[in-house]
Design a protein around this ligand. Structure first.
Ligand code: DHB
Length: 393
């Protein structure tokens, strides 16, 4: 197989890139270790920054989102039994976020890519990236467990294959700098059949720590509570989950969360991670292969799409104008945005969680941070600008 760009991974980074390249007449193929059903059904985050919503419209994949997604003008912060509305649209000149789950975005991306005749090879194994320091890099893989080994010959390889994929490992260890922070807490996430309890997302730090009230539809709600990342999900009965959600989301004026039937639950750990640089020879990393954020700032998917927007522009400059400069600066350009996404995600995470490893002093500082957002328009504006998506420089 011969294409201009070989993409390892068919998650948000890999698929957005394939669509962006197709628009510019650059050929690409995606290979993916998971099955299509797995990619389309795994429950992940749900908030899209304003420019991602616009980009989906430009790429012709905004129709179902416009119908089924929910535009949010603001978010609610809660602590000490009280709520405070952060007017995201009012603080950012009218920018809004969209609540539309990642697996729905993936369904739209895959359908659009296949409709344009693009190839996505699912369920590949034994993926190997090689010769990226030459002008003829390759990706070897096996299509099925029994199949023969195949090779994609390309001009450029993109590792959009997630934190555990082979992409990052193809950069020699001696050239990689990796930065990591593991948080001593995780999130227990649920989906429940229940009516909407509140008109916007609530990020709360109350009782024993963090809770997030989000939504999927008027009938299905998404909620999270801080837990021990080592907890067995079996230790969390539905009654215990509702008990914790009430303790963290009910307010002192008598408002109480509406319950329902929990039909999905799982625990995820929280970590921050960055790999520098994000390129080596003709290999470029994008998305979780190069950086992870804890989910509190809703930045994971948005940072992945930002990477491939930068990369697609650089590849267009390379093919259309024979200019190498933007490609050479890919890592540097992306990392400036990524580190601000890392900072915001860390800020929201530390401000909103109870951390047993922190002193009482530090915990007080987090409540002062929250109160600053309530009382200072500039502080609220900084939060809003980061949440809705920083401008591209
Ligand atoms: C959702 C997830 C997040 O991490 C977040 O910050 C907001 C919403 C969600 O799954 O709906």
């Amino acid at each position: 197989m011969r294409v201009q760009v070989g993409i390892v991974g068919a998650g948000p980074a890999g698929l957005f890139l394939a669509l962006l390249l197709h628009r510019a007449g650059i050929s690409a193929v995606n290979i993916e270790s998971r099955s299509r059903a797995d990619v389309e059904q795994t429950i992940r985050a749900g908030v899209l920054e304003h420019w991602v919503v616009e980009l989906m419209g430009e790429l012709g994949i905004g129709e179902r989102m416009a119908r089924e997604g929910h535009v949010h003008d603001g978010i609610t912060l809660q602590w000490n039994g009280e709520r405070h509305h952060v007017d995201i649209a009012g603080l950012t000149g009218g920018k809004r976020v969209m609540v539309y789950p990642q697996h729905e975005v993936l369904r739209d991306l895959i359908a659009a890519r296949l409709a344009q005749g693009g190839e996505i090879v699912f369920e590949v194994s034994e993926t190997r990236i090689r010769d990226v320091e030459t002008d003829a890099p390759c990706i070897d893989f096996r299509r099925t467990a029994e199949g023969d080994s195949e090779t994609i010959r390309c001009d450029y390889v993109v590792g959009a294959d997630g934190f555990h994929g082979p992409g990052r490992q193809a950069i020699p260890k001696a050239l990689r700098r990796e930065y990591q922070k593991i948080y001593p807490f995780g999130w227990l996430g649920i989906l429940a059949s229940a009516p909407l309890s509140w008109h916007e997302l609530i990020y709360a730090n109350q009782g024993d720590g963090f809770a997030l009230l989000s939504t999927r539809s008027p009938e299905i709600q998404r909620m999270y509570v801080q837990c021990d990342p080592a907890d067995d999900i079996a230790a969390w009965s539905d009654d215990r989950i509702w008990g914790e959600l009430h303790a963290r989301l009910d307010t002192s004026d008598g408002w109480t969360l509406t319950g329902g039937k929990i039909f999905q639950k799982g625990i995820i750990p929280l970590r921050s991670f960055v790999c520098e640089p994000m390129q080596y020879g003709r290999l470029f990393l994008a998305g979780d292969a190069a950086h992870i954020v804890p989910p509190t700032g809703a930045k994971g998917l948005n940072l992945a799409v930002a990477d491939v927007l930068v990369l697609s522009r650089a590849l267009v400059a390379r093919y259309a104008m024979n200019s190498q400069e933007a490609l050479d600066r890919y890592s540097e350009t992306c990392l400036r945005r990524i580190w601000k996404g890392e900072r915001f995600s860390w800020y929201m995470t530390t401000m909103l969680h109870r951390n047993a490893e922190e002193s009482a002093f530090e915990q007080r500082i987090h409540f002062a941070d929250l109160d600053l957002v309530r009382s200072s328009r500039l502080q609220a504006g900084a939060l809003a600008e980061n949440y809705v998506g920083l401008p591209f420089e």
